[in-house]
Each structure stands twice: as structure tokens, then as C-alpha cells.
Design a protein around this ligand. Structure first.
Ligand SMILES: Nc1ncnc2c1ncn2[C@@H]1O[C@H](COP(=O)(O)OP(=O)(O)OP(=O)(O)O)[C@@H](O)[C@H]1O
Length: 267
């Protein structure tokens, strides 16, 4: 019988060491991690533990120093594989392009017919609630809406794995929760596998099926917690009693690591 939850992406013994004028910095790992097809996975960890480095390696934006990333049963090479979409915190809309042109920017560089581009644009505008803003320019939008444009731009490429690095970090708390709801809707609608890097424990606890807690640098996976939420959850679960238990557990794990990151051992 086919595995109902096949492994979509796997990290095997992945490490990263940066060389700089100050010497070498062991930033990450070794990390072993498996994301199941279609799951929502979050990663939390103390500041500077290597979360962004982990995401960059998964997106093939930086090579690992050792180890392998396997995506859809193939090792990731030097270029971003087809099927992986990335969203960063700093929303990088082109200010001179309107929302529709920002969203279709990458698509128009692909051999894709205009009718298909238009179809994907309309779908993304609809999913992200941007229908009324297709002709607006980024300067006319709020920070939350600009970030929705960035997510829509990734969505139209129809990624099967979506990597998000602190996508809502610059937004206020209410907007973050509502964007979380949108992300959950996208996840359900697309069946993509999602990996979310976040500082916010409540965001991780609300959105993810599983949350990995990383150690202080060089970041390793200390523990992976299953949240147990139903697939059709939304931000209202923040008032559920289990929610407090999950964030409490995450904080208990993270607290020691964060203290260590703030005051590393002199040894
Ligand atoms: N290009 C680079 N050259 C040298 N050191 C780097 C480079 N990129 C990251 N580092 C170092 O690697 C470590 C991990 O950085 P990374 O940005 O991955 O951490 P992070 O967990 O995402 O941090 P934060 O939570 O503060 O965003 C840090 O000590 C950082 O200074």
C-alpha cells in the first residue's frame, strides 16, 4: 500500500560553516529533518541559530558545507529546483509595477501562454483578497497587502514546497494572525508542503502540524512537537486550552537555548 504521508523533502546531516574575516562560524547543524508531503511545518529557534541559513540551503540559495537536501527523491543541486517557492520578510515588490504585474513578473519569464498567466493571476488575486487592487501600485498598499502580493507572486508559480522566512515579521499582531489564516487557506487550497521559519511561538503553534525547536548556534533540531490541530483550523484556536499548552512547551524548550544564545559559554 502507498505511504499516505510520503517524505517530500529531507535534510541529511546538513551543516553550514561560514568563512569570514573573523574566522569560521559554525552556523548550522548537523541537521536531519524530514517534511511529509502536504504538511505544515514550522521552525523556531533562538536568534542567530541558523534558521535562515537552513531555509536558504533548502531553497538552494546557499550550498551546505556538508550533507544533502533531497526534494522529491532527488538531491538539490546548485539552482532552485522547479516546484519550490520562497517568501521572505522584506517584501520585495517592484515599486514601478502594479500589483498584477508584480504578481506575474516571474511567470512572464516562463514559456507560459498569456491565457494561463491570466488564469493564474485571477486565482492568486482571489485567494489573497487582492481583486480590487490589481491596478494599484505598492506605495498605495499597506505592509500586509504588500506581503500578500509577494505571497501571490510565489503562488502563481504553483510551488509544491513553499518556504517562508519570517514572512509576517514586519506586521502588527492582528495582521499577523489574519495573514496566518490566509496562509492556512492557501495551504489547504494548494496542498503544498509548507515550511515556515518564525520568531513567534504563537504563530508556529497556531499554523503548524509540527514545530521543530532548534538549539542555539550551530542550530540543531532539539525536538519536534506535534500540535494535533485539524486541517481546517484557523486563528480562533489561539483561545483553545491546548494552544496555551503547546506554546508553553515550546517556550520551555526555547528559553534555555535563547539564554545560551544571549550569553554563550566563554569556553
Ligand atoms: N554570509 C554570512 N557570512 C558569515 N556569517 C553568516 C552569514 N550568514 C549568516 N551568518 C551567521 O550564521 C549564523 C546564523 O545566521 P542565520 O541568519 O541563519 O540565523 P537566524 O536563526 O535566521 O537568525 P535570526 O533569528 O536573528 O534571524 C549567525 O551567527 C550569522 O551571523
Amino acid at each position: 500500500m502507498a505511504d499516505p504521508h510520503p517524505i517530500h523533502v529531507a535534510l541529511r546531516d546538513v551543516t553550514k560553516t561560514f568563512q569570514s574575516k573573523l574566522g569560521s562560524i559554525d552556523a548550522l547543524g548537523p541537521v536531519d529533518l524530514e517534511l511529509r508531503q502536504g504538511e505544515f511545518f514550522a521552525v523556531v529557534g533562538p536568534s542567530g541559530c541558523g534558521k535562515s541559513t537552513l531555509l536558504d540551503i533548502m531553497a538552494a540559495l546557499a550550498p551546505p558545507s556538508s550533507g544533502t537536501v533531497i526534494f522529491e527523491n532527488r538531491p538539490i543541486g546548485a539552482s532552485v529546483p522547479d516546484g519550490i517557492g520562497v517568501v521572505f520578510q522584506e517584501n520585495a515588490c517592484f515599486p514601478w509595477l502594479n500589483v498584477a504585474d508584480n504578481i506575474t513578473f516571474g511567470l512572464r519569464r516562463q514559456p507560459i501562454e498569456q491565457t494561463e498567466i491570466e488564469r493564474r493571476l485571477q486565482y492568486a488575486l482571489q485567494l489573497m483578497g487582492l481583486n480590487d487592487f490589481a491596478r494599484a501600485f505598492p506605495a498605495q498598499l499597506s505592509g500586509g497587502m504588500r506581503q500578500r502580493v509577494c505571497i501571490a507572486r510565489t503562488l502563481v508559480m504553483q510551488p509544491r514546497l513553499i518556504l517562508l522566512d519570517e514572512p509576517f515579521g514586519a506586521l502588527d499582531q492582528q495582521t499577523r494572525l489574519l495573514m496566518g489564516d490566509e496562509l492556512l487557506r492557501i495551504w489547504r487550497a494548494t496542498n503544498a508542503t509548507v515550511l515556515l521559519i518564525t520568531h513567534a511561538l504563537d504563530e508556529a503553534a497556531m499554523l503548524a502540524d509540527r514545530v521543530a525547536v532548534m538549539s542555539a548556534r550551530p542550530g540543531r533540531i532539539m525536538e519536534v512537537i506535534e500540535t494535533g490541530w485539524a486541517r481546517d483550523r484557523d486563528s480562533r484556536i489561539v483561545s483553545a486550552p491546548e494552544f496555551g499548552a503547546i506554546t508553553g512547551r515550546l517556550w520551555a524548550l526555547l528559553r534555555t537555548q535563547s539564554l545560551q544564545a544571549l550569553r554563550p559559554d566563554p569556553a
